[in-house]
Unconditional design. Structure first.
Lengths: 344, 246
């Protein structure tokens, strides 16, 4: 029996999850509180303040849901990065305190790795090309030689960032997502014409800041907003789909897995479905509740890491705002991967 | 994968005679599909008796039809133009035989060589260095004329005997600024890092030797600074913090 509590606080969500790695219903608890600013984007300090205020409540509710006392846990896992510094510090402080006071092993977890691991667990993917699209991340990665290697990523801003900032600048949001659909997606449905906006795929990387500037310029020129939305979405989504397609062809993998908040877009999924059909790959989409930031993914990944003896002394558990996914060794997958290759 | 529908031009009986005496079907003989990339299909064949590659960009169902047509037209035309310009600059590239942007087809010379990426481990470090230096010279030549290759990786370098060829200009830019130039060099460096980690430092130095020899040290330094900036720009790069603190 390995029961692990995981704490997530990288951006706007303070989440606490509890998992039992040996149970079929492995999620024992899933508590979260999300900071959503009335205007503008995430202010790191305000988000951190929100988290500090809500942390005890979320932690208590997770423990009550799991019907466990902290003493009964085997380890505490925490997302130490990548993310916003002030927010990360709240989660790290809570985790270090629990680990020190209750003398529990502390497991460091990379937020991006956690997105991938919970996705693999929930979708049953074996060895996918991972497409991670959120407000702060845009990357295409695949498991090669012990790590999730980044195949392509954004050279400047993230896809979610592009959509949100555009929506904000032209007055479509916030809120950015209405009834599960991004406001730019909704606006694009009424578009008829594809305008002239830059489509940037550089090798295996994408870049969106030029697209954002050009789209805002068209808006100021008085072009139809619906057409701009349609074009913006076409350019941005296609760029990501194209990089994923390149990764599929390059690595010879047979699955594509979508994770992160932006993958909730039905239109983006449709594009990926078509692409996967073309390359004879299977598309796996992480259920929306676990595609966004949550504590369960940290607990689950922490449990995997803990099973390989990965722990960190409390005094060394410092946050890493720019901790890349390809810096993390994934020893638990080596074995799974070898088993998978043998089956293949 | 569904059977690709070939463009009418490839299926139709091409009826015109040439000074060489080729007629009808003999103008283009298709032999086999040699690669199905993410973007294009490469078919080997003979064009008027010469070994040729037909590069065809099929329609992508996931793209908006209007955008798809525009993108395939633009990329096909741009690729053919750039290949021609590169050749005039003295860069060894496949010669273009025939272009049809409406059906997104380019027919070009087939280079019967080995792909640098697959062949690199068989080479001595000196020979690999020579190839990398040549790639550096080519990159500098292209950049001096405002061309960025767009996908400058070891997979797109073909070695045929003593000659080094650059292939796949499908993502090239013809009005390259320092940013595009920097991205080219960054992509080359990353392709070395990802596939040939042990040799990457030496091979990149060889590349820069070739680059400096053509572009001059001052420009080369400018490009390297840009490359550094591009690398620091990637999200969540640790070094970025250090630079800010310095």
């Amino acid at each position: 029996m390995v029961k692990v509590l995981g704490i997530e606080s990288t951006a706007h969500t303070f989440g606490v999850g509890v998992v039992d790695i040996e149970k079929d219903n492995f999620i024992l608890a899933d508590a979260r509180a999300q900071y959503s600013p009335a205007v503008g984007g995430i202010h790191p300090r305000e988000a951190a303040r929100f988290m500090a205020e809500n942390a005890p409540k979320v932690l208590r509710s997770a423990l009550e849901e799991a019907k466990l006392k902290i003493r009964e846990l085997d380890a505490i896992a925490v997302a130490l990065g990548p993310g916003l510094g002030p927010c990360l510090r709240v989660g790290a402080t809570v985790a270090r305190t629990l680990a020190a006071y209750y003398e529990k092993p502390l497991v460091p977890v990379n937020h991006a790795v956690a997105h991938v691991e919970i996705g693999i667990k929930l979708t049953g993917a074996k060895d996918p090309v991972v497409v991670y699209l959120s407000g702060g991340n845009t990357l295409v990665a695949a498991f090669v030689e012990g790590r999730y290697r980044v195949f392509g990523e954004t050279l400047d801003i993230a896809l979610g960032n592009l959509l949100d900032v555009f929506a904000r600048e032209v007055g479509l949001g916030p809120p950015y997502v209405v009834k599960g659909v991004h406001v730019v997606d909704a606006c694009a449905e009424k578009g008829e014409e594809v305008l002239d906006l830059p489509y940037v795929v550089r090798g295996q990387d994408v870049a969106f800041s030029g697209l954002l500037t050009a789209a805002l310029r068209l808006f100021k020129k008085g072009k139809k907003l619906e057409d701009i939305c349609l074009t913006l979405r076409e350019m941005a989504y296609n760029a990501v789909v194209e990089v994923a397609a390149r990764c599929l062809v390059h690595t010879g993998k047979r699955e594509v897995m979508l994770v992160g908040g932006v993958t909730a877009s039905p239109y983006l999924r449709e594009k990926f479905e078509k692409m996967c059909k073309l390359y004879d790959a299977e598309l796996r989409v992480v259920p929306p509740r676990y595609a966004v930031d949550n504590g369960v993914m940290i607990a689950w990944t922490g449990a995997l890491a803990y099973s390989k003896g990965i722990v960190v002394p409390v005094e060394d558990a410092v946050i890493r705002q720019r901790w890349r996914i390809d810096e993390v060794d994934i020893p638990w997958r080596n074995q799974l991967y070898r088993r998978f290759l043998r089956q293949k | 994968m569904e059977e690709p529908t070939l463009s009418p031009i490839l299926e139709a009986e091409v009826v015109f005679s040439t000074p060489q005496g080729f007629r009808g079907r003999e103008v283009l003989v298709l032999e086999s599909i040699i690669a199905c990339g993410a973007e294009a299909l490469l078919i080997r064949g003979k064009f008027m008796g010469l070994p040729a590659i037909v590069k065809w960009r099929p329609q992508k169902p996931y793209r908006h039809p209007l955008f798809d047509k525009r993108l395939r037209y633009e990329r096909t035309l741009a690729e053919a133009k750039t290949l021609h310009r590169a050749k005039k600059l003295g860069v060894l590239v496949p010669s273009v035989f025939y272009v049809d942007p409406d059906s997104s087809i380019i027919i070009m010379e087939y280079i019967d060589g080995k792909i640098f990426k697959e062949y690199i481990n068989e080479l001595s470090i000196d020979d690999a260095c020579t190839v990398s230096r040549e790639v550096g010279k080519y990159a500098a030549l292209l950049h001096s004329d405002g061309i960025a290759h767009g996908d400058l990786t070891t997979s797109n370098v073909v070695v045929k005997g003593e000659d080094v060829y650059l292939i796949d200009f499908g993502l090239s830019v013809t009005s390259a600024d320092l940013e595009d130039v920097g991205i080219d060099v960054h992509i080359y460096l990353r392709s070395l890092e990802s596939a040939h980690y042990a040799l990457c430092k030496e091979l990149f130095e060889c590349f820069m030797q070739g680059y400096r020899a053509v572009a001059g040290s001052d420009y080369a330094e400018k490009v390297l600074r840009k490359v550094k900036e591009i690398r620091l720009r990637g999200r969540y790069v640790k070094e970025r913090r250090r630079v800010v603190e310095e």
